[in-house]
Design a protein. Sequence first.
Length: 202
Amino acid sequence: MMMANMKELDLDMIKMGMVVAFESDGGFINKRIEAYQKSIGFDVVSSKITHVGISMGGPYIVEATFPRSRTANLLESYQGRKLHFLYLKDDIFRDDRRKNVTVWAASKCNLDYGWSALLGFYINSVIPIFGSNPLGVKRQPICSYLVAWAFRRTGYDLWPGIASDLITPAHIFSNKSFEVIDVYKPDGQIYHNGILLSSRTA
């Protein structure tokens, strides 16, 4: 898995429809997400993925975050985070449907963040009798719910048998339908449309 500082990104390699997976920043909430994902059987590597979004191409993503879902610029909002870029291994998706996934996710901007769903994950792990998140609210997504929701609404059910509001970042990162794409420049500089945007010495 390739990880790097933002100053190593080749923005031309980041395609609309890719999933951007973020490693834990070590904060309280991130540590709780890591622990929960380990408790339901994910390995250490997958459990460290605590946030996901959908790329709009280049540095821009759509994400469900606090206080509400939004578009964000990786170069401005996530400097220093370790990122992985996942691309669905499907030719039809890469030729066309990746745009549908991204546009659908972007249409859900400004929805309130689903804090209650995080507690619902814990309840379901203690009392595993629910077919979906007992505290999940459809119009209040968490990050992984938004990603799964977008893929399913555009014809890709990559997590059969699991309700969208029970899908975690680790479910998405560990899914073998994706491949990890190396989007980093070996010289440690940011390029877009062949133009150098910044360098280590800038």
